[in-house]
Design a protein around this ligand. Structure first.
Ligand code: ATP
Ligand code: MG
Length: 395
């Protein structure tokens, strides 16, 4: 008898011939998530299942790590037996219930249902017979229990498989989604705010690995503001895996726009330059799209007209997973993933320094393009320089 964690996955089960690629990726990500455990764990793929052997004292630590791995639907602590004769199985299930629910010796009352699944068809009893006989054995051993086949408080699962038998009754919900790495890579525009870390998390949940870019404007934005972005990238990387964070010095570009363009158009023009630079870095790094934390109508630069004008410089897909989210819903996810406390630290971000009192909310593309012509001849060199002096931080 050994204690293991059985990993159930949902979406990746339906990928036909690609299934093994997804499974292998999930196994790799699980191993990497468990790398820092107090004691080493063994992660094994067997018969379309993933099992993890672990030291019992590390249970909480393992669950904490696994509940951050995309692609896991459920984590079930199982007691695993070698195939045994039915009488012994019955005794082991009674023992399992005693250990799991009556450890402190107290009298407990709850409803249960035995749910046997038999992948090994040569087992002498069929599933229904196992359900009935084990149900009876449990009622005999624990008179305080009763059976409820429709809405049981405890579902006692028994899986009879060719090489082993699993007994379990607890399933801890995972994040679901797809294993990171199974969908290519994207470049996240990561600011120090609430939205962009959540956007990165959500895209990563679909199996996308992330790189990130932060536009830094020293001395208008401080080292602490940059450190905050580094900290946020670390928080996202607990879910997404390693992130290559690109810090772009944006000061000169921003100053030039401020100097030469109408102030109410500053944010839009600046955002167009951010997108262009992010796109170039994405291409350099083999990313297949950009990700932003924009949400329709949240601020002047996120009206649909503004996004049309900003988006015009992009030929890559720009993923905006929060476009239809309300702020409160974004905050809830930010809290759930542990980013909120960091996101609300009060360090200035580079957009807020130069914002006009009354920015355009319905910019017209031809006017913006006309304003940008004033930058011709000076901006190109600054643009190149910004790209040539990118600082890369491996998270
Ligand atoms: P956030 O909470 O993510 O900062 P926001 O509501 O403050 O978003 P904006 O400042 O308009 O909105 O930025 C919109 C999006 O543009 C951000 O979600 C982010 O993806 C990107 N962005 C803004 N500023 C920066 C920056 N300094 N560096 C990198 N990306 C940025
Ligand atoms: Mg912001």
């Amino acid at each position: 008898m050994t204690e293991k964690l059985l990993i159930k996955y949902s979406e990746i089960g339906v990928k036909g011939n690609n299934r093994y690629i997804f499974e292998d990726m999930l196994v790799r990500n699980i191993k990497s998530a468990l790398k820092e455990m107090t004691h080493p764990c063994e992660v094994r793929k067997a018969d379309g299942r993933i099992y993890i052997s672990y030291e019992e004292e590390d249970y909480e630590e393992a669950i904490d790590a696994l509940t951050k791995v995309f692609g896991i639907a459920w984590i079930c602590p199982v007691t695993q037996l070698k195939p045994v004769p039915f009488e012994e199985l019955k005794a082991q299930v009674v023992e399992f219930v005693r250990r799991t629910y009556f450890a402190e010796g107290e009298e407990k009352a709850f409803s249960f249902k035995v749910n046997c699944r038999r992948a090994e068809k040569s087992y002498p009893l069929n599933s229904m017979e196992v359900n009935i006989l084990i149900g009876e054995a449990l009622l005999d051993a624990f008179p305080s229990l009763h059976v409820d086949v429709h809405d049981p408080e405890v579902m006692l699962n028994i899986e009879i498989r060719p090489k082993d038998i699993n007994i379990y009754s607890v399933a801890i919900e995972g994040l679901s989604g797809m294993p990171v790495g199974s969908s290519g890579k994207a470049m996240l525009l990561l600011s120090g705010g609430i939205d962009s870390p959540v956007a990165g998390y959500l895209v990563s949940k679909r199996g996308v690995s992330l790189d990130a870019v932060y536009f830094h404007a020293p001395p208008y934005t401080s080292e602490r503001a940059k450190q905050k972005v580094v900290d946020l990238a670390k928080i996202i990387s607990r879910y997404s895996g390693p992130i290559k964070l690109h810090v772009v010095n944006f000061t000169d570009i921003q100053m030039k726009i401020y100097e030469l363009c109408p102030h109410d158009e500053l944010t839009i023009i600046m955002r167009r330059y951010m997108m262009k630079i992010a796109q170039e870095l994405a291409e350099r790094e083999g990313s297949l799209g950009l990700v932003t934390g924009e949400s329709i109508g949240q601020v002047a630069s996120q009206t649909m007209q503004s996004m049309l004008v900003t988006n015009e410089v992009c030929h890559m897909p720009v993923y905006r997973p929060l476009c239809a989210f309300d702020k409160l819903d974004i905050v809830a996810i930010s809290e759930k993933i542990g980013a909120y406390e960091t996101s609300i630290l009060p360090y200035e971000d580079c957009c807020t320094i130069f914002v006009a009192k009354h920015p355009v909310t319905k910019p017209k593309l031809d006017r913006i393009v006309r304003s940008e012509r004033k930058l011709e001849g000076v901006i190109e060199e600054l643009y190149r320089e910004a790209l040539d002096t990118v600082e890369v931080i491996e998270i």
